[in-house]
Design a protein around this ligand. Structure first.
Ligand code: GLU
Length: 484
């Protein structure tokens, strides 16, 4: 049987990093099987939490990441509809809820909230975890249906056997057995007729022929209840792959609500979708070989459920940044230039070779949004503090700078071929002539023509892009400052 996995997001209006990681793993598991399918299902049964445009963000994110789905609301498929609210309209959940009631796996409940809360208070005061003891369990189906016919409001609850145990196997956490008496009789159909997640996931995963359920670990403790439902229906259970959480630090989960970045936020901050995927794939999973950079296709090859860990993985923004930098450096220059042109245009308006600027930045920038700030010195030669010439590492001070800049000016004035190669050969002859180290010539020159201690690229590349006239003008101004 070929593998079928699904990504089942609730449309919240943003793509949480933890959810995207779950989607990615589900995708990888499906693609690892050449016949496998990756299905998108929209879980919008919490009608109070609907957000306009939220499903578009889901489509957009999947498309940006290259996580192509084989079936889903936008492209159809044999097991639709793929939006839960549409499935509600078709009466699918009610149909199966009644079937479950008939088989003894669920029952109608007419209790009002107040009564349930009163029980909750008593139990919690005793320090017990809440478990609703539902008197409606005693009603016959006939009795319940009469009350419904009389217009009474109801919910449908799962019926849990009073004793015994329930077991299932999780691919990450291993075999798990719980005492049935610890399981609460959760609501399956709410009074508005909508199913809860706890019911809909079982029905949909079965109807959509999902073989591997990949989801967050927060669902692990409810899974025995799903196992009981599969048993009551007589349906085969899927394989379960519960994913360890993505953490902000040792204590708290990464969450949009706490202000942590969503996928959209990261893209807006200048991260590449490919790099984000590459990084988050490894949050809780480690490849067999000691390697860090993977394309999506390479991840498909390398991914293996057996190497998913059980403990939460901490999201490290510095690591993400460095992986993003590697992705940027690995691009060929034309692609890179096309990508970052808008960021160069934002900072550089003068008549400079922008592709050459791109080549400079490519070696240095780890995110796209830092690019304009690196390039501000092209249009405007900034005022700077001459004490910057005092640099221990470069073994320079103002006196050394003055002497080396005078020598640089002298040779540069005579250069007619302003190519990078020629500039290099002319300038690289100076250290020997002056009995200086390379840095004692190149560092002052870079500072003298950029006005900045840190720049993308070195003195030679920058001089080349600035051109002869502008380079000499800036050199002149800097020398005048030092000679004062
Ligand atoms: N709608 C659920 C969520 O967004 C899906 C959980 C699952 O994958 O089953 O958390």
């Amino acid at each position: 049987m070929s593998i079928r996995t699904r990504f089942a997001p609730s449309p919240t209006g943003y793509m949480h990093i933890g959810n995207l990681r779950t989607a990615l793993w589900a995708y990888l598991i499906a693609r690892k099987d050449s016949e496998g399918s990756f299905i998108l299902r929209i879980e919008d049964t919490d009608q109070n939490r609907l957000v306009d445009g939220a499903t578009d963000i889901i489509y957009q994110t999947l498309a940006q990441c290259g996580l192509r789905h084989d079936e889903g609301p936008d492209i159809g498929g044999d097991y639709g509809p793929y939006v839960q609210s549409e499935r509600v309209k078709q009466g699918i959940y009610m149909h199966y809820a009644k079937q479950l009631i008939a088989s003894g796996g669920a029952h109608y409940c007419f209790c009002d909230e107040e009564m349930i809360n009163a029980q909750r208070e008593v139990q919690e005061a005793r320090g017990e975890s809440f478990k609703y003891d539902d008197p409606c369990r005693q009603l016959t189906i006939r009795q319940a249906e009469e009350r419904i016919a009389n217009g009474e409001k109801f919910v449908i609850r799962q019926t849990i056997p009073a004793d015994g145990t329930t077991s299932f196997v999780d691919e990450v956490f291993g075999p798990i057995t719980v005492d049935n008496e610890t399981l609460d009789e959760q609501i399956l159909i709410k009074s508005d007729g909508f199913p809860t997640y706890n019911f809909a996931n079982v029905i949909d995963d079965h109807m959509m022929r999902i073989t591997d359920v990949v989801r967050g670990m927060e669902y692990l403790s409810s899974t025995p209840k799903y196992t009981l439902m599969y048993k009551a229906f007589g349906w085969p259970e899927p394989r379960y792959i519960h994913c360890p959480p993505v953490m902000k630090d040792e204590h708290s989960k990464l969450s949009k609500r706490n202000g942590d970045a969503s996928f959209q936020d990261l893209v807006a901050k200048g991260y590449l979708p490919e790099a984000i995927l590459n990084y988050i794939a490894m949050l809780g999973w480690s490849p067999e070989e000691n390697r860090e950079i993977f394309t999506l296709d390479e991840l498909v090859q390398a991914f293996n459920v057996r190497h998913i860990g059980q403990s939460g993985a901490i999201f490290d923004p510095i690591k993400l940044k460095s992986i993003n930098g590697i992705w940027l450096r690995n691009m060929d220059l034309d692609t890179y230039y096309a990508l970052i042109k808008p960021y160069i245009d934002e900072a550089v308006h003068g008549d400079f070779d922008k592709k050459a600027i791109a080549a400079l930045v490519q070696q240095r920038a780890e995110t796209l949004i830092e690019i304009p700030g690196m390039l501000d010195f092209f249009d405007v030669f900034p005022a700077y503090d001459p004490t910057l010439y005092r640099n221990k590492k470069m073994k320079t001070d103002e006196a050394i700078a003055k002497r080396s800049l005078q020598a640089s000016r002298e040779v540069l004035q005579t250069v007619s071929d302003w190519s990078e190669e020629n500039l290099r050969s002319v300038l690289m002859a100076l250290p020997e002539k002056l009995a200086y180290k390379n840095g004692q010539v190149l560092f002052p020159l870079r500072l003298a023509i950029s006005g900045k201690q840190f720049t993308p690229g070195g003195a030679i590349e920058i001089a080349h892009i600035l051109g002869k006239e502008e380079t000499l003008r800036r050199l002149q101004l800097s020398l005048a400052m030092l000679e004062k």
